[in-house]
Design a protein around this ligand. Structure first.
Ligand SMILES: [Zn+2]
Length: 484
């Protein structure tokens, strides 16, 4: 799980458009070209020695797309990569001797959507240009519908759906130590675990990724939710600077992670309610924050039961690879309200003992079988209907703390206003308060947030601006804020 934050950052940065010019540079070189592919999308990554200055993407008459990297040298001058896959027919890079720039051509099949981004360097990677290629959205939706119909059939036959999530992938290798690269290791493990489920007619196991490519963390969880998973298990190996630390860990959602997620869902819900999804049937959108906490408390208790059953079986698998127990952490992949979710760390690559065991074929089989047995045990036992009482207690304490902080803030603000109005008693503060104000809508604003800011109701803003029930606000729109 080492790279969760960096991975997230990578995906945020992916949306910085290529046309954003960075710093001028000289003697720049393309040092490597890499290609990643998932069933729905592909990425070509160009590694550069310095921050690139790039042109917008252009199109030639034959449909080939291209862009220029200014002041950039590419050796051996011209190179063509015939990739011949569903996203990219060919990629060529050519040195332009006239002006010292390098031109990158990519020929994509007709329907593929292409976007290009610049990624700045970080501790692990240098400057990069990413060409992001995707199937058209309509085709992706078509596929998802077919998949969903199949899952519905299976569910009708009482076949349980298990989603296994090999961590990391593609641009994000995870930990690399003692001959184990996490992204490859956990993919192989997930496939082994899936093989056990495939032999058992009571289950259908699905992997979130089947090859070496990156998936955003939220998307991993969403894949499982979309498929109505009865259990979601993310698979990782761990690393620590202290090489003596050794053993298996099984995680489920922490109270702190769940409270943050509840806050995020409420904020998200307010945005959606204002902007688009009027009349949505999504139960989370209809739920209050307290109801969300209740849903979390129910599902977290199931996650605990899944974690305990898995941890028990994994702990018995190999005498030299002990379990370090069930733990709790606010990992993003564990936030689901819909399915019991756990994360397994199959030992420490930083430990010589663990890594030797993890590389041994017989041990790997035993570890895969133990995970299968633990999940199966959970799914075949009647789940005890319980709630995570610790969480609800924590949730209440956090809410009380927040309420107190807010009350204190209000008190302070009121005291300040009092003091100012006393000072300015000659100026009419009354007329200022009674005057309507104006608000320019910023990106991400919601009506409810604006209403709260000015201490008025959403309805009064709608009335003042003659908005219909279904009208939504747009960036840069000027809203009249009625007097209190
Ligand atoms: Zn990991």
């Amino acid at each position: 799980m080492l790279n969760i934050k960096k991975l997230l950052l990578l995906f945020i940065l992916l949306f910085i458009n290529l046309s954003t010019t960075l710093f001028a540079n000289t003697n720049q070189r393309i040092t490597d070209i890499r290609f990643w592919q998932s069933p729905e999308e592909a990425q070509v990554v160009l590694d550069l020695s310095e921050p690139p200055k790039v042109s917008d993407v252009g199109r030639l008459n034959n449909g080939t797309l291209y862009f220029d990297i200014k002041s950039c040298v590419f050796k051996p001058g011209h190179q063509r990569y015939a990739l011949q896959n569903q996203f990219l027919e060919s990629l060529s890079v050519q040195q332009n001797d006239d002006n010292g720039s390098t031109r990158v051509f990519f020929k994509v099949p007709h329907s593929v959507e292409a976007k290009t981004f610049v990624l700045p360097s970080n501790e692990r990677k240098g400057d990069r240009i990413v060409i992001f290629l995707r199937e058209p959205q309509s085709k992706i939706l078509q596929k998802q519908t077919a998949e969903l119909n199949e899952v519905k059939k299976l569910k009708a036959e009482n076949i349980k759906i298990v989603v296994l999530d090999p961590g990391h992938g593609g641009e994000d290798p995870g930990t690399s130590c003692n001959g184990i690269v996490e992204k490859s290791y956990v993919l192989a493990m997930a496939k082994l675990v899936k093989a056990y489920f495939d032999r058992d007619p009571r289950y259908k196991a699905i992997l979130t990724r089947e090859a070496d490519y990156i998936i955003p963390l939220d998307k991993r969880r969403e894949i499982a939710e979309r498929l109505g998973a009865d259990a979601f298990v993310s698979i990782h190996v761990n690393w620590n600077v202290k090489k003596a630390i050794s053993g298996i860990e099984v995680y489920y959602e922490s109270p702190k992670g769940a409270v943050n997620e509840a806050d995020r869902l409420v904020a998200d819900k307010e945005n959606k309610a204002d902007f688009a999804t009027l009349g949505s049937t999504n139960p989370v959108l209809a739920a209050s924050k307290n109801q969300i906490a209740q849903m979390q408390a129910n599902i977290m208790d199931q996650s605990r039961q899944l974690a305990e059953k898995v941890e028990y079986k994994l702990g018995l698998a190999l005498p030299n690879l002990p379990s370090r127990g069930v733990k709790r952490a606010g990992f993003r992949v564990l936030h689901s309200l819909n399915m019991p979710s756990i994360l397994v760390e199959y030992g420490y690559t930083s430990s010589k003992i663990d890594s030797a065991i993890l590389k041994d074929y017989t041990s790997r089989t035993k570890l895969a079988q133990a995970l299968y047995a633990g999940i199966s045990n959970f799914l075949q036992t009647k789940v005890e209907g319980g709630i995570d009482a610790d969480y609800l207690e924590y949730y209440k304490a956090m809410n009380a703390k927040k309420a107190k902080l807010e009350a204190d803030k209000k008190k302070k603000a009121a005291a300040k206003i009092n003091a100012t109005s006393k000072k300015n008693s000659t100026k009419s503060s009354k007329t200022a308060a009674a005057k309507p104000r104006k608000h320019k809508v910023k990106h991400g604003d919601t009506l409810s947030a604006i209403a709260k800011k000015y201490g008025v109701t959403v309805q009064s803003i709608k009335t003042a601006n003659k908005m219909k029930k279904t009208d939504v606000i747009k960036s840069d729109q000027i809203l009249i804020i009625p007097a209190k």
